[in-house]
Design a protein around this ligand. Structure first.
Ligand code: GLP
Length: 243
């Protein structure tokens, strides 16, 4: 694993955007695995700036997102589709038909999961997966559990995740209780994984995930088994590890 220490959130975002842009330049028709949450916003903003300067071309890129809330329409401003449109898709020349997220409104849960796995498979897998980490060590919405869930699945969100995400909703009752997420196997099959972490409140989980035992009770710990992981964190998030 390569670890890059950044000064702060902006520096982390620039470093991460550099890695994503290198991927796009090296392989213009790459498959990017994308993430939501507050961690990647700065990365997307930096990528948009470089696109506007003419340094980046998304026209051949395909994207697959990690997860989506169950029960939210694409137009709902808390859906991850809406987030992606807002921060990235509407601002660059990516082909909208080549941007994918699980469909939170799908009628048949099982079919939707199978469809998403088949889609990723048909794309030849993910070249670069961008990942944030939840406070409880979740990646995508793979919550701490007894075992690693391999495939795309629908998951009941843990109370701590609902609490952490309530800041985006007007009341806690509006936070969806279920979400679709790519499974651990799919994430682990990405050719390269870029993890971004910022802030002191992530310092403990960073230590556990990357230097503690590999266990499904800390889903991100499985990343220790991947041979091409880059961790970009700011000083606060990396403050509990020796590098
Ligand atoms: C959400 C997302 C994750 C994300 C995590 C951390 O639950 N499903 O993909 O990594 O939150 O979010 P943040 O970056 O806001 O700390």
């Amino acid at each position: 694993m390569k670890i890059y220490k950044a000064k702060d959130y902006n520096d982390m975002s620039r470093k991460a955007a550099n890695i994503v842009s290198a991927q796009i330049i090296m392989k213009p028709n790459c498959v990017l695995g994308l993430a939501t949450g507050s961690s990647p916003i700065g990365t997307y903003e930096q990528l948009v700036q470089w696109y506007e300067k003419g340094d980046l071309d998304f026209s051949e890129v395909t994207s697959v997102n990690l997860d989506e809330y169950k029960g939210l329409t694409e137009e709902n401003d808390q859906s991850y589709r809406y987030f992606m449109e807002k921060y990235l898709f509407s601002k660059v020349n990516i082909n909208k038909d080549q941007t994918f997220l699980p469909n939170g409104m799908a009628e048949d849960e099982q079919k939707e999961c199978e469809k998403y796995d088949a889609l990723i498979h048909s794309l030849g897998g993910i070249d670069l997966q961008l990942l944030g980490i939840g406070h409880n060590g979740h990646i995508g919405f793979n919550e701490p559990d007894q075992a690693f869930e391999k495939q795309t699945h629908c998951v009941a969100l843990q109370e701590s995740t609902i609490q952490a995400n309530k800041r985006f909703f007007s009341s806690i009752d509006e936070v969806p209780k279920y979400a679709y997420t790519m499974g651990i196997k799919t994430i682990m099959q990405s050719k390269k994984i870029l993890v971004i972490v910022s802030g002191e409140e992530k310092a403990e989980i960073v230590k556990k995930a990357f230097f503690g035992p590999v266990t499904p009770s800390v889903p991100a710990s499985i990343l220790q088994m991947h041979n091409d992981v880059i961790l970009v964190g700011d000083e606060a998030a990396l403050s509990k590890i020796d590098i």
